[in-house]
Design a protein around this ligand. Structure first.
Ligand code: SF4
Length: 445
């Protein structure tokens, strides 16, 4: 680094919500940007407001062996507009004073990058921005991430950031550094080639409990409830060699055992993409565990892919089923009943257990008859695997958005806070603990 290298602070903000849990969640995009900045000569500092392993903790809070775990939380007042929801509201992540102390321990930043995740978590982002602004009034603040892309105008108007970016951060980050600090360097990677990116800077974390990996970006499907196409217009693939090298790197250098595959479409075109990756992992003899929190495409699970996943060390196989109604009313066309049954046969045959195979089922969709959710849960259980009800969150720019706006008891267009799936925003009869507990109990059978 030279004395004129800019000081850059990157922040993963708090979550404000009724509930939150770390299911292999990490700000992969932000840590990828951190690495790009470091590679290009910037001084980097990272603060993770969700840090479950913060050095101030006298003991580790509830953590599972596979990397998942609880966040610290502080009860805070619920937004007034959600008064009808009989649930407690919290700030998830480190206490406010720890954050302020961490900020003060950093050198005066020349620019601050803050990411964002779920649209309805924006109050946590705004609070993060407010405290950064109070601590470093002259530092420019740039906001990116999912909320910033999906609710760009809202973020521009209310976030308090100096700039809100909706493009891929990799494409604009170095330009932004130049714009705000005057610093530039020769570009050492190609934003259109995933293989050319430096590995995300997980070494900035207090502890690496697991690593998320991405073998591809984007998805060729356009399910009515999903924003994958909007967020990643172009599908990009990484070569098997590059991904396997990265997994081996984290495993050897940092003894990481658990890896979460973050792809939206890992198994799509399996023959040319996932198959060589899985074969390469097996061949390299890397003894690790894989988890698939973002769900796998059921159609692509054959005896061959199932065998390779099992041998490669897949421990959590989440399937994007959404419903067991296989008719024209589906909101996607990614799986048929026959394909679902075949996939289960293959997964069980090669050795995956009932607990390891889980199917996501969507609940709380606009105009959805709850009897179908109940029926779907029962069918999934009958088929010998685990059912996970997932509550629908309306997402702007998706096909289902207008219908959600029409059906919701809230004015979804007025405030992204109403898109929170915990409040069942599109359920005609309103929020109900009874239905949530009933579906939870049913799925646990
Ligand atoms: S297949 Fe999955 S990632 Fe792709 S559009 Fe549908 S829900 Fe989204």
């Amino acid at each position: 680094m030279t004395s004129d290298s800019p000081n850059i602070l990157l922040i993963n903000p708090w979550i404000h919500d009724f509930a939150a849990y770390d299911y292999w969640a990490k700000p992969l995009g932000l840590l990828s940007l951190a690495s790009i900045l470091k590679t290009h000569g910037c001084n980097i500092r990272y603060i993770d407001c969700l840090n479950r392993f913060h050095p101030n903790l006298s003991k580790i809070i509830s953590s599972k062996e596979d990397g998942r775990g609880s966040y610290l939380k502080t009860r805070i007042p619920k937004p007034e507009c959600l008064d009808d929801v009989p649930r407690n509201y919290s700030r998830y992540g480190i206490p406010e004073q720890w954050f302020i102390n961490d900020l003060l321990a950093a050198r005066q930043p020349d620019i601050v990058f803050i990411t964002s995740h779920m649209t309805y978590w924006y109050p946590g982002v705004f609070e993060t921005i407010r405290i950064v602004r109070e601590t470093y009034p002259s530092a420019p603040i740039v906001l990116g991430g999912i909320y910033a892309s999906l609710c760009h105008d809202h973020a521009l108007k209310y976030s308090g950031a100096d700039k809100v970016i909706s493009e891929d951060g990799e494409k604009v980050i170095l330009e932004l550094v130049k714009e705000y600090t005057g610093f530039s360097n020769n570009i050492k990677f190609d934003s259109g080639q995933l293989d050319s990116y430096p590995y995300p800077a997980f070494d900035l974390e207090s502890k690496i409990a697991f690593i998320p990996v991405l073998s591809s970006k984007g998805c060729p499907f356009s399910c009515a409830y999903c924003a994958s196409r909007y967020l990643n217009r172009q599908r990009m693939l990484r070569s098997p060699e590059s991904l396997i090298d990265e997994i081996a790197y984290w495993h050897k250098k940092y003894k990481v055992i658990d890896f979460a595959i973050y792809d939206d479409a890992f198994l799509v075109d399996a023959k040319s993409h996932a198959t060589p990756i899985l074969e390469g992992i097996i061949e390299a003899g890397i003894n690790v565990r894989f988890h698939t929190p973002n769900a796998l495409h059921i159609r692509e699970i054959s005896e061959n892919t199932a065998t390779l996943m099992f041998k490669a060390g897949f421990k959590t196989v989440r399937l994007g089923l959404e419903t067991t109604l296989f008719d024209n009313n589906r909101l996607d066309n990614k799986v048929s009943e026959f394909e679902f049954e075949q996939a289960l046969l293959c997964l069980k045959k090669v050795g995956f257990s009932k607990k390891q195979i889980c199917a996501y089922l969507l609940a709380g969709l606009p105009d959805q008859d709850e009897r179908y959710v109940i029926e779907s849960i029962k069918k999934v259980i009958e088929s010998g695997i685990t059912a996970i009800p997932v509550y629908y969150s309306p997402i702007p720019h998706t096909v289902l958005w207008e219908k959600a706006v029409h059906c919701s008891r809230y004015d979804l267009n007025s405030d992204p806070i109403f898109t929170n799936n915990s409040i069942l925003p599109c359920r005609k009869e309103g929020f109900s603990w009874e239905i949530i507990s009933f579906l939870k109990k049913l799925a646990a059978n």
